[in-house]
Design a binder for this molecule. Structure first.
Ligand code: HEC
Ligand code: HEC
Length: 392
């Protein structure tokens, strides 16, 4: 800008200032242009960027930690310093005063000075407020507890696996590992009740996913089926029940085809001469057949089977349940169908599982496992396979 330009600019500026700029239509026109620009920008954002969806809201999920959007966090944090009784002051009065102060600014601040360095009072007040807002926001972020990992299965495969796990723990004691049903034994209050198969065609072809969900969620309480939904006092979230339903559908309904990549690991199979490990074979068999009765919270037994350690260190007969190399171990005898009798000839422990003896190949796996010293990991079992098998 040369001298001449500067002078004309200043002249035009003084003229314009004397003349003034009218609010309508000049200022309104500028505002309109700006608003329209922002509007287009927002439309663009909505069309091309979008907002990611969180998982569906679940009113029965008590783990969720609600927080406002980031631009309200400072207010949220500020409220933490306001005692409960005075909440109305923190939520209405103070923000109200702040907004009113801004609103009334033109009426009480009539100073013509616009150069920022000369506006010490205004600047310091606003400075303090902005700093407080930043500080409170940072504090709010820092003190927000980590959102607990919600067990949400993202693919059908994950869903079916999660469902299998939950089915094994929650349902097997009454419905059997394959949903086959039969007479319930060893479940407090339901001894002798016979349940029909829930894996049959009759069941699968006539029950929709919604129906199955509703049955598991609410139970069939008159018939002895307990409620599982959190909303009815049960232990399972909505996502976990949905996973059980997916497991049932894809495992038992011969019309439902599991996408090839979603096929779940088949239960272990017996091969002559194999040495099973807890890690690969035994844990899977136990999960499918025993854990639903042998876990914390059961009143009719205290033998826990959810880990290798538990299997070796819990129960009334800790020193007799599992003995390496000894097929007289209670666990082996009971799964082979022999009840354990006490000194008076009374049944001390029934056959296991109470309801139905397992497939023969599972029993053979337990046999080989016990005879080979009950290896925990796949490596240990492998190392044993390399050396000649000990004779029983
Ligand atoms: C304490 C025993 C018990 C447990 C545990 C249990 N159920 Fe049931 N369930 C029953 C009884 C009893 C019925 C009544 C139906 C019958 O008599 O055949 C039933 C009925 C059902 C039915 C309805 C059959 C029909 O179509 O009428 C389904 C489906 C079912 N259960 C699924 C499950 C699932 C899934 C689980 C695990 C989350 C589970 N149950 C856990 C005892 C149990
Ligand atoms: C339907 C419930 C149920 C299932 C399934 C079940 N058990 Fe049991 N188990 C019991 C009950 C109840 C007892 C207590 C003794 C009794 O009543 O016979 C018991 C006791 C035992 C004991 C004796 C524990 C001790 O220290 O006294 C062993 C060992 C055992 N079970 C092994 C197994 C194995 C292995 C499986 C899976 C193949 C299994 N159980 C499946 C209900 C069950």
């Amino acid at each position: 800008m040369n001298e001449e330009q500067k002078i004309t600019y200043k002249q035009r500026y003084t003229q314009a200032k004397q003349k003034g700029v009218s609010f309508w239509p000049d200022i309104i026109y500028k505002d309109l242009l700006m608003t329209f620009g922002i509007f287009l920008f927002l439309v663009g954002l909505a069309a091309f960027v979008g907002v990611p969806l969180d998982p569906k809201a679940d009113p029965s999920d008590s783990n969720y930690i609600p927080r406002p959007e980031w631009y309200f966090l400072f207010l949220f944090e500020f409220l933490k310093y306001v005692p409960g009784k005075l909440e109305w002051v923190g939520t209405i009065v103070i923000p109200g005063i702040a907004v009113a102060a801004l609103f009334l600014l033109p009426f009480y601040d009539k100073s013509p000075i616009r150069y920022w360095k000369k506006r010490k009072v205004g600047l310091s007040i606003m400075g303090v407020i902005v700093l407080a807002m930043i500080g409170l926001t940072v504090r709010a972020v820092a003190t927000t507890p980590e959102q607990a990992e919600v067990t949400v299965a993202n693919s059908i495969r994950e869903q079916v696996i999660l469902g299998q796990d939950n089915y094994s723990v929650q349902c097997v004691e009454c419905h059997g590992p394959d949903g086959e049903g039969g007479e319930i034994l060893g479940v407090e209050g339901l001894e002798g009740v016979t349940v029909k198969s829930i894996s049959s065609r009759d069941e699968m072809y006539t029950r929709s996913d919604q129906t199955l969900f509703a049955i598991v969620n609410y139970g069939q309480q008159d018939l002895g089926m307990p409620p599982y939904g959190l909303a009815y006092g049960g232990p399972l979230s909505k996502a976990e029940i949905e996973a059980i339903v997916a497991f049932m559908r894809y495992t038992w309904d011969d019309r439902a085809e599991l996408p090839a990549e979603a096929a779940i690991a088949a239960p272990p199979t017996w091969e002559e001469g194999m040495i099973p490990s807890y890690e690969i074979e035994i844990s899977k068999i136990v999960m499918r057949n025993c854990v639903s009765c042998h876990r914390p919270g059961k009143e009719n037994n205290n033998y826990l089977m959810q880990s290798y350690q538990e299997m070796l260190t819990t129960g009334d007969n800790v020193d007799k349940n599992l003995i390496a190399g000894d097929l007289n171990s209670y666990l082996y005898q009971t799964i082979a169908g022999n009840a354990i009798l006490d000194a008076n000839g009374e049944v001390l422990i029934h056959q296991m599982p109470l309801t139905k003896i397992m497939k023969e190949e599972y029993i053979k796996m337990f046999e080989a496992w016990i005879l080979n010293g009950m290896p925990e990991t796949a490596e240990e079992a492998e190392a044993l396979s390399a050396t000649p098998e000990p004779e029983p």
